[in-house]
Design a protein around this ligand. Structure first.
Ligand code: ATP
Ligand code: MG
Length: 421
């Protein structure tokens, strides 16, 4: 047997796309990491019959079922009714649950409203579960051979109840398979190139490799199952790292390119300035997301017009006229200007055609939407730059170009690192 779990997400807002699910995605990760298989995942509206049908179907497939949402006091919260219907039992007032609700409310200086009595209803034979993060109690009951746990949909409440009530049951399920996942963040290399570099590793079934592109960054995951999974995943990750080379970012789990750039700047004791046209401040925004950014980025310039490029960065007016703002020469001059004006060791720049319309250079050469020039200037070195063509819509062009500029800086900082890693 393989340990298995099924999930039912309740909420009209989820079915109609007004809210994006977070609980299911979070739970799926926790469940996979615990070595349990999530065999079914259904999203249903707040309709007792629908909830009952989904819970029965889930209970037929897994020995443990988790239900998210619909336990609040408002008339659109109908998970209790759905659960009672699924188990074929009536709902009964539970005095213990009611006292717990009143106690939680009075702790917050509030009084219970009669509406909230509905939250003290428990399907006969079931139990209420204390909510460490909110008012609405969770519920536990049997449906067929399965144990069903229902938690409020508010993410913090869902997670607290999961930790308290579901995790102990999850790890006690027979047939769990040890699972280990290592994630490598990469930038600057397309997924097909990553596939080629990984070689036979990419085709391996155990450990298995997955890659998830995200606007110029690609997350590579290595997953191993069974006894010794941790060691095998770590081994495969070492091989992958060696084969992928410098595109693998030096980051902690959950971190991205901007974290790697800030880390590289801190390690080399360098400060950077940004000179942005096409990206309108996005590069500065990405860098300043990272805790500790104040030590590495004292200033950023958003220079959208030719006039601003000349005034704030000292880009020569003649260069803007002859080459045009969307050119390798202006990108380089922007980066050098930002570095000098901000008094930093290095700077990066972006300029281009965000679209949707196309442009032309002063010499008539076409500049289709998505054309961009990026440059990096480091003190004592000649500026380096790249021409990009990103045929996507405006926001994605900006995102891709920002990522490319940050990665150009990262790659040019690599040899400057003290330990030369
Ligand atoms: P409450 O006591 O707060 O009413 P509840 O169990 O009734 O809890 P819901 O009414 O379904 O929960 O949802 C409460 C909030 O949590 C809503 O803002 C809802 O959009 C959000 N929510 C519900 N389900 C999910 C989910 N799967 N992922 C992320 N957020 C969710
Ligand atoms: Mg709801």
């Amino acid at each position: 047997v393989t340990a298995s779990l099924a999930l039912v997400l309740v909420g009209a807002e989820l079915v109609e796309g007004r809210r994006t699910d977070g609980n299911g995605a979070w739970l799926a990760r926790e469940v996979a990491a615990a070595g349990v298989r999530l065999v079914a995942w259904e999203v249903v509206s707040d309709e007792p019959r629908e909830i009952a049908r989904a819970v029965r179907a889930a209970a037929a497939r897994a020995s443990l079922v988790i239900v998210s949402g619909g336990l609040g006091p408002t008339p659109d919260d109908r998970t209790r009714e759905g659960l009672a219907l699924a188990a074929g039992v009536p709902l009964e007032h539970d005095e213990g649950a009611w006292r717990a609700i009143q106690a939680e409310l009075s702790r917050r200086g509030r009084e219970a409203h009669p509406l909230q009595r509905s939250q003290a209803l428990v399907p006969r034979g079931g139990a209420w579960l204390a909510n460490p993060a909110g008012i609405a109690p969770g519920l536990a009951l049997s449906v067929g051979d399965a144990e069903v746990l229902a938690f409020p949909g508010v993410p913090i409440e869902f997670r607290s109840l999961f930790e308290r009530e579901a995790r102990p049951r999850l790890v006690a399920l027979p047939g769990r398979v040890e699972t280990a996942l290592v994630s490598l963040a990469t930038a600057g290399v397309p997924e097909t190139e990553i596939l080629l570099r990984l070689g036979d590793l990419a085709a391996s079934a155990e450990p298995s490799v997955g890659w998830y592109p995200h606007h110029g960054e690609v997350e590579v995951t290595i997953t191993a199952h069974g006894p010794g999974a941790r060691e095998r995943a770590a081994d495969a990750a070492r091989t992958a790292r060696a084969r992928l080379g410098a595109c693998v970012l030096d980051v902690e789990p959950g971190e991205r390119l901007e974290h790697a750039v800030v880390r590289a700047l801190l390690a080399a004791r360098l400060r950077v300035a940004t000179a942005e046209s096409l990206t309108g401040g996005l590069v500065a925004r990405m860098l300043t997301r990272v805790p500790g950014a104040s030590a590495v980025i004292p200033a950023g310039f958003v220079t959208y017009s030719d006039e601003a490029k000349a005034r704030d960065l000292g880009v020569p007016a003649a260069l803007l006229l002859q080459r045009g703002a969307v050119s390798a020469e202006v990108a380089a001059a922007m980066a050098e200007g930002a570095r000098l004006r901000a008094g930093t060791d290095c700077a990066l720049s972006t300029t281009g055609v965000a679209g949707p319309g196309d442009l032309a250079a002063p010499d008539g050469a076409p500049l289709p939407a998505g054309t961009a020039f990026i440059a990096v200037s480091i003190a004592g070195r000649a500026p380096v730059g790249e021409r990009l063509l990103v045929p996507l819509d405006r926001e994605l062009v900006q995102r891709r170009v920002a990522v490319a500029a940050l990665d150009l800086l990262r790659r040019n900082l690599l040899p400057l690192r003290p330990e030369g890693r």
